[in-house]
Design a protein around this ligand. Sequence first.
Ligand SMILES: *Cc1c(COP(=O)(O)O)cnc(C)c1O
Length: 357
Amino acid sequence: MSHAKLFIPGPVEVSAKTFEAFCRPMIGHRSQDFKNLYAGLQPSLQELFYTKQPVYLSTSSAWGVMEAAIRNLVAKKVLVCMNGAFSDKWYDVAIKCGKAAEKCQVEWGQPITAAIVKEKLAQGGFDALTMIHNETSTGTMSPLAEICEVVRSFPDVCMIVDTVSSFSAVPIKMDEWGIDVLLTGSQKAMAMPPGLALFALSQKALDRAATVKDRGYYFDFLEFQKNGAESMTPSTPSIAHIYALKSKLEDIFAEGVENRYRRHDENNNIVREWVRSKGLELFPDEKFASKSLTCVKNNKNLDVAAMVKTLKQKHNFLIDGGYGKIRGTTFRLSNMGDETPATMRELLAALDDVLAG
Ligand SMILES: *Cc1c(COP(=O)(O)O)cnc(C)c1O
């Protein structure tokens, strides 16, 4: 029997081509072959990150690097922007790392705005800020370029940005916007198996890390820099993921980066149109709604759990019935990764069938 196709917002569906690359024979991670593989990825990764800095590969999920950013960069106090499950949790992680942290918190479904960030940072005492560009739990995309502009006027503050579910779906201009840590994971916007995180660091982030104590070893940014300079990772990486990444980057550049952005936009518009046609609403304000997934507000009082279950049983498609405290009052449809207008229409037709009973 074929597997259930994933339209949940992570992990998302992995193509046969990516899996084939994932399953290639291993090579030594200190071999010239590995160095060539690693170095060969850099130009395309730098283009996607819009940076001249090296892009590092961490064998961990995104949280590894999210925690690392706190441990490497926060000496005084971090401002944690919170508007959903992932960004809320970053505050707990900072506290568990023994750091001083303060909340910049809005309701789930609201965006973080430049104005509230400015007001908080103006209180002083911060040396870092964490921000989730696209809150996957609520389908909310905050206006990152505007926020970065505000943060740039606070030169002591390192800007740490999670783009796990928006990377390569919309342009995110690391160098131009002055982002100090830009990170993403493998299993969402990149449509690879879970287990790899990608990140780049500004010179400011590296200079800061050099002054911060207790960075540990596995996630020490200076270890990544030192090993990266020799086209290697600090410890044995998931080589399978790096093969998969090479394959995925080939796909992305064969399609064209701009075409990829356009495809995500088209996919997402098709879903939004369907939401309206059903008399449903978006959970966030449309102006701040994500382009890579849709968080639907269940204003029609649908039995979401039954809908998810029937969709799986009858059509073998998996969608998400809402995250945490908004389970059932929302549901989420992913359009990230390799999805196309045609595959999104297939999903929506199946949902129509389920809703028709
Ligand atoms: C899924 C997700 C994470 C956590 O990723 P892991 O792979 O579980 O570490 C972090 N941030 C965002 C925005 C996410 O969507």
